[in-house]
Design a protein around this ligand. Structure first.
Ligand SMILES: Nc1ncnc2c1ncn2[C@@H]1O[C@H](COP(=O)(O)OP(=O)(O)OP(=O)(O)O)[C@@H](O)[C@H]1O
Ligand SMILES: [Mg+2]
Length: 281
């Protein structure tokens, strides 16, 4: 059974015109069919205005389609009431945004605990504060940031902040992770680090849907779908995805060589050690 199943999804925006003007209708999605199973890692690509954000909003249960059905983990979302819709969003989807969206006055650990805290207020949820904390620590350990759990976002690098956001997205064990240009605010090294982390999570079975403008990043995923003018015009599996941690090690080596910081041999070891540590998450 697919985790995600979209059938005939249409999204029409109607904008009321001013007096004497007719209303404008924008057909942002024109009948999209798409399904993804557990363990997939899919890139959503397409030019500006093709409907990527509209599709993400629907996949993320932030918006409902004008027509069509969206089944997530066996639940028909389009027919659900507002409460169920919010429940699905909080429990079934882990969001990762370009701008991290961490709470500034809250530590890394508390940021990751937040989804568990919201969940604790649901009926029948018995997890204690202690077990919530333990679960959040595990999620931070999985992104290699256990030692930084008492840091505030301002005390973390961009890449580390995004890793906290990824821990927050996974802490509830969602049906899938929805990432919207997750490396848009990061430099090359941090971008490769984050893509390496997504690949590792995916190897461990997490389903990931990622919007990206960049073919170089889509090359780290396992399947690319492309939208154009609100239609899904291509859907291709990638038989050989690039390995982000290999690319990270290579990038560090070249970078350090250019900067003349150290002997290549020593650096090679450091980069490989780093990659190995990351790989062993
Ligand atoms: N709230 C809205 N009201 C009216 N039209 C909208 C609205 N949101 C998006 N659109 C229109 O729907 C179409 C698809 O927009 P969307 O934001 O999904 O594109 P996108 O692929 O995410 O583009 P980008 O790469 O620039 O972010 C565009 O023509 C856009 O102008
Ligand atoms: Mg967009």
């Amino acid at each position: 059974m697919p985790v995600i199943e979209l059938r005939g999804i249409k999204r029409i925006y109607r904008m009321e015109g001013k007096q004497n003007e007719s209303s404008v209708v924008v057909r942002a999605l024109r009948g999209v069919d798409f399904a993804a199973g557990a363990g997939e890692f899919v890139s959503v690509m397409g030019p500006s205005g093709s409907g990527k954000s509209t599709l993400m909003n629907i996949l993320g249960c932030l918006d409902k389609p004008s027509e069509g059905t969206y089944t997530l983990d066996g639940i028909e979302t389009s027919k659900s009431d507002a409460d169920t819709f919010a429940y699905i969003r909080n429990r079934k989807i882990g969001f990762v945004f370009q701008s991290f969206n961490l709470l500034a006055r809250t530590t890394a650990l508390e940021n990751v605990e937040l989804p568990l805290f919201y969940r604790s207020r649901e009926k029948g949820e018995k997890r204690s504060a202690q077990s919530r904390k333990e679960r959040a620590v595990i999620a931070l350990r999985e992104v290699g940031l256990e030692k930084r759990m008492d840091h505030f976002p301002s005390q973390l690098s961009g890449g580390q902040q995004q890793r906290v956001a990824i821990a927050r997205a996974t802490v509830n064990d969602p049906a899938f992770i929805l990432a919207d240009e997750p490396t848009g605010n990061l430099d090359t090294g941090m971008t490769l680090e984050i893509m390496g982390l997504f690949q590792e999570l995916n190897r461990r079975g997490k389903t990931i849907i990622m919007v990206t403008h960049e073919p170089e990043l889509a090359a780290y995923t396992k399947r690319i779908i492309t939208l154009r003018d609100g239609e899904l015009v291509s859907d291709k599996p990638l038989t050989q995805s690039r390995n982000a941690l290999d690319d990270l090690a290579r990038w560090k080596r070249n970078h350090a060589l250019l900067a003349g910081e150290a002997q290549p041999a020593g650096l090679l070891c450091a980069a490989e050690k780093y990659a190995a540590e990351e790989g062993a998450l």
